[in-house]
Design a protein. Structure first.
Ligand SMILES: Cc1cc2nc3c(=O)[nH]c(=O)nc-3n(C[C@H](O)[C@H](O)[C@H](O)COP(=O)(O)O)c2cc1C
Length: 186
């Protein structure tokens, strides 16, 4: 079965981002074996900018990120969910993203990325602002660009504002699940 790696950027392992990822996993279970990684449960240091990975093709920091490089390379799909923290992704997710620099090599024609086979991608952002689907479009576009860099050539995205009734029945959630269903069945 194909593999979907799911990255939860929230420190709340039972929060809205987790709910979104669990719902995606349920929707794609016929085609994908899903693994949810709660970044909040791992100890992932910030990138030190030492550039040693440009010489060794490997990050010199051994921590919670180390095992994730291979999982990323072996994934057929990557789903990322993050809450908005002050108009950006969480620090947990930013550390994860910065550490992906170890998969980028400087080649003659620019950067070459060791991200394994081409992947499908999903990005879900959850926020407190009810109009977050408009306000955070720029943030989504930046995260989409990053996921493309790491091998996702077919990306579905959705911004889902938190709701007092829970996000499971939110129309934004339903739209995202509809889009994911068509993306993953094609
Ligand atoms: C530190 C912090 C900063 C936040 N900043 C924003 C923000 O700038 N804009 C926004 O719409 N919501 C903001 N929120 C609300 C969260 O994005 C929102 O509650 C989200 O659904 C939480 O997702 P989670 O349950 O997966 O952690 C913030 C929440 C926290 C804890």
């Amino acid at each position: 079965m194909k593999k979907m790696l799911m990255i939860n950027g929230s420190p709340r392992s039972g929060g809205n981002s987790a709910e979104i990822l669990k719902t995606i996993a349920e929707n794609v279970k016929k085609g994908y074996e899903c693994e949810i990684i709660d970044l909040g449960k791992l100890n992932i240091s910030h990138c030190r900018g030492c550039m040693s990975c440009k010489k060794t093709q490997k990050c010199c920091i051994e921590d919670g990120m180390t095992a994730l490089y291979e999982k990323i390379q072996n994934a057929d799909a990557i789903a990322i969910a993050t809450p908005v923290y002050f108009a950006a992704e969480t620090g947990l997710l930013k550390n994860f993203i910065d550490r992906l620099y170890a998969l980028m090599d400087r080649g003659a024609k620019g950067y070459e990325v060791r991200s394994g086979r081409p992947k499908k991608g999903i990005i879900a952002i959850t926020c407190g602002a009810p109009d977050g689907n408009m306000v955070y479009a720029g943030m989504m576009s930046r995260l989409t660009g990053i996921l493309k860099t790491f091998g996702a050539n077919d990306i579905t995205s959705g911004i889902i504002p938190a709701s007092p009734a829970g996000i499971k029945d939110s129309p934004f959630m339903k739209d995202l699940m509809g889009a994911v269903g068509s993306q993953m069945s094609s």
